[in-house]
Design a protein around this ligand. Structure first.
Ligand SMILES: Nc1ncnc2c1ncn2[C@@H]1O[C@H](COP(=O)(O)OP(=O)(O)OP(=O)(O)O)[C@@H](O)[C@H]1O
Ligand SMILES: [Mg+2]
Length: 237
């Protein structure tokens, strides 16, 4: 199995509002909580991730950068791969050369799919873009979809049929995040699932659990090494 020492993960889908920024923050929060030093790169002109980073509650282990063009993005990725253990790239919600560059550099592309809309189309378009980038750059780009905003009250049978529909179209679903106030508060007010308190954000414990499940699934995909065994100072020495 391939293991990545300082992997790059891009969150991408051509569908706006599917949860790229939210999921990138949630994932970064878990990795930082585990002790990894995380770089996040905002490539979206909306700068939602940058806005979040300026609000209170950003963990010390997370550094957020902004890349407005491909040259800056590539320079940043190269630098972050040296200075941080995991780099997450938040991509804008439409096909762009900047987004394609992020995909080309990614060891894993995560595609959030809004479950409430049962929307496989956004994922299919993104996968088609990944295929084009793979052909143009003659490289394989691993990807996974993650269901987002799954209605809390959805019957497990309904969820199962969504998964089956995806399976039939050959799209693997890695795991899912439920539609929770905790995520809305996190993106709007700043902080992470570990810094919010229960009175602000109902469902916080469940949110933590599902984000940790997502992070474990991503770690398994990337063969991530334990942060305790990957001391950044030592590696750079
Ligand atoms: N699991 C969730 N539960 C509740 N709200 C969510 C969840 N995921 C995302 N949201 C909310 O949905 C909105 C859109 O999410 P987000 O900004 O992460 O999407 P995006 O894919 O980054 O959008 P864009 O394409 O505009 O960059 C935000 O208000 C966010 O708080
Ligand atoms: Mg966004």
């Amino acid at each position: 199995m391939t293991t990545y020492r300082h992997p790059v993960i891009a969150l991408s889908t051509s569908k706006g509002g599917a949860g790229k920024t939210t999921m990138s923050i949630a994932l970064a929060a878990v990795f930082a909580d585990w002790g990894y030093r995380i770089a996040m790169i905002d490539t979206d002109p909306q700068q939602s991730l940058m806005d979040w980073s300026l609000k209170p509650g950003k963990p010390e282990f997370i550094d957020v950068f902004s890349a407005e063009d491909e040259d800056v993005l590539i320079d940043l990725i190269e630098a972050c791969k040296k200075s941080h253990q995991i780099t997450l790239i938040d991509v804008q919600g439409r096909v762009s050369e900047l987004g394609n560059t992020a995909m080309a550099w990614a060891d894993l592309v995560l595609i959030p799919v809004q479950a409430s809309a049962f929307d496989a189309a956004g994922a299919s378009n993104t996968i088609a873009t990944i295929r084009r980038v793979e052909r143009a750059r003659r490289t394989e780009i691993p990807f996974s979809t993650v269901l987002n905003r799954v209605p809390a009250a959805i019957a497990s049978r309904t969820l199962l049929s969504v998964r089956e529909a995806f399976d039939e179209s050959g799209i693997e679903i890695l795991t899912s995040l439920v539609d929770r106030e905790a995520y809305r508060v996190m993106t709007a007010a700043g902080g992470t699932i570990y810094t919010l308190d229960k009175s602000q954000a109902p469902g916080l414990d469940k949110a933590k659990l599902e984000c940790e499940t997502l992070a474990i699934a991503v770690s398994a995909k990337l063969g991530l090494i334990d942060p305790a065994d990957a001391d950044i100072e030592q590696e750079l020495a």
